[in-house]
Design a protein around this ligand. Structure first.
Ligand SMILES: CCCCCCCC/C=C\CCCCCCCC(=O)SCCNC(=O)CCNC(=O)[C@H](O)C(C)(C)COP(=O)(O)OP(=O)(O)OC[C@H]1O[C@@H](n2cnc3c(N)ncnc32)[C@H](O)[C@@H]1OP(=O)(O)O
Length: 220
């Protein structure tokens, strides 16, 4: 396999292309805690068997909470800038559906460099991500792999879009247990970046994926 997709030493700064960029460390603690609270609320709402009066009162309280945060809405497409411990920079959309730090739908997922050129992270998926009884929905596993594979390409200096994603489900993935995710670049060819990754539970691979990311070609 050739190595035409040259890594860049510094990622393009989305601010140079008109995107709002929020440094991760500048996300207000109050927003982080609101997002965490909403995650917990979603889990509670999805599983509650409380009586109707309690449900009606809760819906009112939520409507009031929503009113409190109306006014001032972040631009769609706003980005977040992560600074890794080694000082390198990574970008993502701040409301990314799989890993956006301010998106309550996104399970808390922190991907870090694995020291060998790839990335790794841990995630715990609760009943909100259920497919078969007690098991993680396969679509969410594919989404997590997509994100990890895209991030692996990006931390290797080759950010791009997923052109192709292949997922194999090897073993059922349980809810409510820590899952380990890892991914790395395996080769390049022109603008194509080949990546592979796994999701493990207790050391055993439950899902694995490969993808072709096509490097962004940005206007000069
Ligand atoms: C300004 C901002 C700066 C940003 C800085 C960094 C940002 C952070 C970035 C990243 C980190 C986070 C990571 C996110 C993770 C999540 C990722 C997603 O969910 S992505 C959403 C889902 N994917 C799409 O929506 C793509 C839709 N498809 C397309 O837009 C196009 O098809 C695209 C770009 C993939 C390719 O189009 P073409 O016109 O640019 O290029 P062509 O010439 O068609 O293909 C290039 C090569 O790729 C092959 N190719 C294309 N599609 C293929 C396919 N489906 N399967 C196999 N090969 C394919 C072609 O055969 C060609 O290969 P040959 O060089 O000729 O050998």
């Amino acid at each position: 396999m050739t190595v035409d997709a040259q890594p860049v030493t510094e990622l393009p700064d989305p601010a140079d292309y008109g995107f709002t960029v929020v440094p991760e460390e500048e996300i207000p603690a109050e927003l982080a805690s609101l997002v965490e609270r909403v995650r917990s609320l979603m889990d509670a709402a999805a599983h509650t068997e409380a009586p109707p009066e309690a449900l009606a009162a809760a819906a009112d309280a939520v409507a009031k909470a929503e009113e409190l945060i109306q006014g001032g809405r972040r631009q769609l497409g706003a980005m977040v800038r992560y600074t890794y411990p080694d000082g390198s920079i990574e970008y993502g959309t701040i409301t990314n559906g799989v890993s956006g730090p301010v998106n309550p739908l996104a399970p808390p997922l922190l991907l870090e460099k694995d020291g060998e050129g790839g990335i790794r992270g841990e995630v715990l998926l609760n009943g909100l991500y259920q497919g078969p009884p007690g098991l993680v929905h396969g679509g969410w596993l594919a989404a997590l792999l997509d994100q990890a594979l895209g991030t692996a390409s990006s931390v290797a200096g080759m950010p791009g879009l997923t052109a192709n994603l292949d997922v194999n489900y090897r073993d059922p993935t349980p809810l409510n247990v820590p899952l380990e995710i890892s991914a790395r670049v395996t080769g390049t060819e022109r603008r194509k970046v080949f990546v592979s990754g796994e999701i493990r539970h207790g050391g055993k691979v439950t899902a694995e994926g490969t993808a072709i990311m096509v490097r962004l070609s940005l206007p000069e």
